[in-house]
Write a protein that binds this ligand. Structure first.
Ligand SMILES: [Fe+2]
Length: 243
């Protein structure tokens, strides 16, 4: 069997369709059904709110974000999982070639997850309430101090990429705002409660480079009922983890 160079292997993977047969794989091996981990059957979730009713974020932008960036990540993750399945059946494939696609899998997994969290925490009235508000006050001194830090972290990412994530850190037991440069940056062992997309595609259509205006608009649309639901379920998980 001829050994593939890294470039040749990637070209083979990229050019292949759904029924790909890689070098090093017999026809019989190629036909073994994919295990659940490699099925590539993630489904695109519809927007959970009326995109025409957000304050300061246009329907055109939200639909573009959902249809291109989020949906694109779901489709890409499905493709990557199927390619990984095919690659695992190729005993001659170099591990470093496999590693390239594993990195891509992590990028797309983070994008799918954070975008679904993001869209589900929009569509509200922006008024914080519930147990999560009390936890925020306890951790940050006041809601205003929490909001100022959350927004400043977002503004720090303006013009670049990334996420701001209010998360319940299971290790410390406290809510905290985290900076994330990309879809793979997450505080370890934490449950995202509120995610704000700071990639330019989240605001450029409406605000150009004025990321701060988008941050202000985002805060007006936070669905705190959903954030509170996440917090109360995460708290139960945190209690169970202590036991
Ligand atoms: Fe996005």
């Amino acid at each position: 069997m001829k050994k593939l160079s890294r470039r040749e292997a990637m070209r083979t993977i990229g050019a292949a369709g759904a029924g790909v047969t890689l070098a090093g794989m017999t026809e019989a091996v190629a036909q073994i059904p994919a295990a659940p981990a490699f099925r590539g059957q993630h489904q695109i979730k519809p927007l959970p709110f009326d995109p025409a009713k957000l304050k300061g974020i246009s329907e055109k932008l939200i639909r573009s974000h959902h249809e291109n960036n989020y949906s694109g990540a779901v489709r890409a993750l499905n493709f990557v999982e199927q390619r990984l399945d095919a690659m695992m059946k190729d005993k001659d494939l170099p591990a470093y070639v496999y590693g390239d696609l594993k990195r891509e899998e992590l990028v797309r997994t983070g994008s799918l997850t954070l975008h679904e969290i993001y869209f589900a925490n929009l569509g509200g009235d922006g008024k914080a309430a519930g147990d999560v508000l009390e936890a925020i006050k306890k951790a940050f001194g006041s809601y205003e101090q929490w909001e100022a830090e959350f927004k400043r972290t977002g503004n720090a990412l303006g013009g670049g990429s990334g996420w701001v994530i209010l998360a319940l850190n299971f290790h410390t037991g406290e809510p905290h705002n985290y900076w994330a440069w990309d879809h793979m940056h997450n505080a370890p062992f934490s449950r995202p409660l509120l995610a704000m997309d700071m990639y330019e595609h989240a605001y450029q259509m409406d605000y150009g480079a004025a990321a701060g205006k988008y941050v202000d608009a985002f805060m007006q649309n936070v669905n705190w009922e959903e954030v509170n639901r996440r917090f109360t379920s995460a708290q139960k998980a945190a209690e169970a983890l202590k036991a």
